[in-house]
Design a protein around this ligand. Structure first.
Ligand code: CA
Length: 398
């Protein structure tokens, strides 16, 4: 069992500290205290050796954070405020950013943003201009993803560190109960992880379909689909060290979950909510006067971890820490957007189970300094940065 020994330190600029089982204290220290951000949600460092920290704001800017964390000004890398379109200012907006693995040669980057009429998520390629900033006139639209509702857009995008393909998380179409029944439909991109090749073109597409995508033999399936049965994934990370693909999925009524994504895997929604049957599915089918067939033969992959409503209401997935704090090494850092709780989870791949899940903030600390985490990202040294939707950034320190 873990020794959950918390030190209650009330110091300005700290939002709490805690002891891991190995005894090391960690603290949350605000960085860039002289800057204010507008709904930040991702921090991506381009693979060009520049160590530039690109901060994505949901409201439309991609800012370059200065190396000096006491700075009071930022540069703008890209401005999507007039390029995207938002109906409901909550889950829509600028939602994903990824740089091409050969960004330093080709200046290409990828963005996932909201548009209206019809409501959709757009995945596009852009290039930088001569001034080193984004040139939005270079846009190549790759995908227009239908979004029946304003919520559950998801939108995390990232390149696989080994295969170089672009992975795209898409929510289930929204509202609640999985009412649009898209997450299990192989003809729809919603409720899926998609995988594409940005360096080639398949017939009728601006991008290529990787030849080992899992549903190419199924004539009714969208060939982009890599995994299915997701509700509103938020927090997507492929660990370059282990190859494990971590994806948190926001639950509905009872449970939040963390999944390890496998090629072709079905993660259960809306038959399942985490490891439990989702009763809303049966009610929904009754209302729609439809019957489920062949459920017994379906195979769902359970999450490796879940937590109930007493701990949180909306999970934010993070990354696996490989930085300098011994006690945090190989731990997956994640939190809850609703309650501000943050954890470090260790997964034993050999045993196939979670070996440790340590809260990094006490309920008292959470109450003292509320954080709404929208992302956990490594900086250029692998140290952990926590992004607070309310406009602040924190570093996890010893
Ligand atoms: Ca699931």
């Amino acid at each position: 069992m873990l020794a959950r020994i918390f030190s209650l330190i009330a110091v300005s600029g700290l939002i709490g500290s805690a002891s891991l089982s190995s005894g090391a204290d960690v603290k949350f220290t605000q960085i860039y205290p002289n800057l204010e951000f507008s709904r930040p949600l991702a921090l991506v460092i381009p693979p060009d050796g520049s160590n530039r920290r690109m901060l994505v704001e949901q409201t439309g800017l991609i800012r370059v954070l200065p190396a000096d964390e006491a700075a009071s000004k930022t540069e703008v890398f890209a401005d999507f405020t007039n390029h995207m379109s938002v109906e409901k200012d909550f889950e829509e907006g600028l939602l994903g950013l990824a740089f091409h693995p050969k960004f330093s040669d080709n200046g290409k980057f990828y963005v996932y943003y909201s548009a209206q009429g019809p409501k959709r998520s757009v995945l596009s390629e852009f290039r930088v201009g001569a001034d080193g900033k984004a040139d939005l006139s270079t846009e190549r639209i790759f995908m227009k993803i239908q979004q029946p509702e304003w919520n559950h857009n998801s939108g995390n995008i990232q390149f696989g560190p080994k295969d170089g393909y672009l992975y795209i998380s898409v929510g289930d179409g929204g509202l609640r109960d999985g009412v649009h029944l898209l997450a299990q439909r192989l003809q729809a991109w919603n409720g899926k992880v998609l995988r594409i090749d940005v360096d080639s073109k398949s017939p009728g597409r601006e991008y290529g379909i990787p030849e080992d995508n899992p549903f190419l033999d199924n004539p009714i399936a969208s060939p982009e689909i890599y995994a299915l049965g997701l509700r509103n994934p938020w927090g997507s990370y492929i660990d370059p060290k282990t190859g494990l693909f971590w994806l948190a999925d926001v639950g509905q009524d009872f449970y939040e979950e963390i999944n390890l994504i496998e090629r072709g895997g079905n993660y259960g929604w809306n038959y399942r909510e985490a490891t439990h049957e989702f009763a809303g599915r049966a009610q929904l089918m009754q209302t729609l006067k439809r019957k489920d067939k062949g459920v017994e033969a379906m195979e769902f992959i359970d999450p490796i971890h879940e937590y109930p409503r007493s701990e949180g209401i909306s999970i934010t997935g993070g990354f696996v820490y490989h930085g300098s704090i011994e006690a945090l090494k190989n731990h997956y850092l994640y939190g809850d957007w609703g309650t501000g709780r943050i954890w470090a989870l260790e997964y034993d791949s050999a045993a196939g189970k979670v070996s440790e899940n340590v809260p990094l903030r006490t309920p008292e600390q959470v109450a003292e300094g509320m954080v709404k985490p929208t992302g956990f990202y490594p900086d250029e040294n692998g140290e952990a940065i926590v992004i607070d939707w309310q406009g602040k950034l924190y570093r996890i320190t010893e």
